[in-house]
Design a binder for this molecule. Structure first.
Ligand code: ADP
Length: 334
């Protein structure tokens, strides 16, 4: 059956750029002669019959707003088969013939399952963590990275003025991408990321050397996927022993400010491109895929592959970090 009525939802953690993606889906679908319904509150909205028809008017003013105006949630019912069968039935009851899911890897797993149950689905990677296989970058990563850089620049002013070391905990779930890429653009000394095993004696030596040589500030960026900032500081203190740091170490946990804010130009453009391609793909009979950015070009990747393969950090970024002298720790043997 050709897709004529599309539904779109945002699920899991919100990310800046979800709104421009919904906007592009709506505008494109309308111009392609399809109707579009927004499902509010993620997968939960399917069970609550919380659907609203999207028009040019309903997407007015959303392009420059962070978060998602359709709202998002985490929906337990979706983890079981019966729940998903009921959801697909509900979608067909609403005459929906194709669904676009904007969300992170969890949401995309849900998307595959409903695709298997007969509802054609296209995914859009919406996450700040950049942990989704098959796409160079997800919607929201750029804005989030810009926020982190702006905040760390400010923290560095104090670090320099007081000869302090700052430990800054950033998001990223199990991926070190945000921590590593912002360590490069902030000029951090150390990046502690899940992909490497950190070497505390080496970190302490590096900090002590910098202090001795009057290199006043030191920044350690810690990915949340390794441990929390308190645990890391405790470990620092345990390992210090006699070699006590003369420098004060302060922590800052950036928290949810990293997820909010006006989407950057890059995210607005990426989200718009992905939203448009998602609609034209769905309308032309494509299903079970995710739109992705691959070396600057937009492509479609099999959702099954997206959810079974692990995204790795780009080798050139790791090499760059090493050449810039960022302490990363030791390679974890697989
Ligand atoms: P994100 O999409 O940001 O990674 P979650 O992992 O919390 O966020 O997933 C969001 C929602 O997607 C979950 O609350 C659930 O409804 C659905 N989901 C996640 N994983 C699965 C799965 N393995 N099977 C089916 N649905 C899933």
């Amino acid at each position: 059956m050709p897709v004529k009525t599309i539904a779109v939802l945002t699920s899991g953690g919100d990310s800046p750029g979800m709104n421009p993606a919904i906007r592009a889906v709506t505008k494109t679908a309308i111009r392609q002669g399809a109707r579009v319904f927004g499902i509010c509150n993620g997968y939960q909205g399917i069970f609550d019959d919380d659907l609203v028809e999207l028009t040019e008017r309903s997407i007015g003013g959303v392009l420059d707003r962070g978060g998602t105006f359709l709202q998002s949630s985490r929906c337990k019912t979706f983890y079981n088969h019966e729940g998903r069968v009921a959801a697909v039935r509900k979608l067909f009851d609403h005459q929906i013939s194709g669904l676009i899911v904007i969300g992170g890897d969890g949401s995309l797993r849900g998307a595959i399952e409903i695709n298997k149950l007969g509802m054609p689905v296209i995914g859009i990677p919406g996450t700040i963590d950049n942990d989704i296989y098959g796409t160079d970058i997800g919607v929201g990563v750029d804005t989030s990275s810009n926020t982190i850089v702006e905040l760390i620049d400010k923290i560095k002013d104090t670090a320099r003025s007081h000869r302090r070391c700052f430990l800054i905990e950033v998001m990223g779930r199990n991926s070190g991408y945000l921590a590593l890429s912002t360590a490069i653009s902030c000029g951090a000394e150390v990046a502690v990321i899940p992909e490497f095993r950190y070497n505390m004696p080496r970190i302490l030596d590096l900090l002590a050397n910098r202090y001795r040589n009057r290199l006043n500030d030191s920044i350690i960026i810690l990915a949340e996927g390794v441990c929390d900032a308190d645990t890391f500081i405790k470990h620092m203190q345990e390992v210090q022993g006699e070699n006590v740091l003369k420098q004060e170490v302060r922590k800052t946990v950036l928290g949810h400010v990293q997820r909010g804010g006006r989407p950057s130009h890059f995210d607005r453009l990426l989200a718009s491109r992905m939203g448009e391609l998602a609609v034209i793909s769905l309308l032309s009979g494509e299903r079970g895929s995710m739109v992705a950015l691959n070396r600057g070009r937009l492509t479609l990747v099999d959702l099954e592959k997206v959810c079974t393969m692990k995204k790795r950090l780009p080798n050139d970024i790791i090499r760059l970090a090493r050449h810039l002298g960022i302490e990363l720790g030791d390679v974890v043997e697989v």
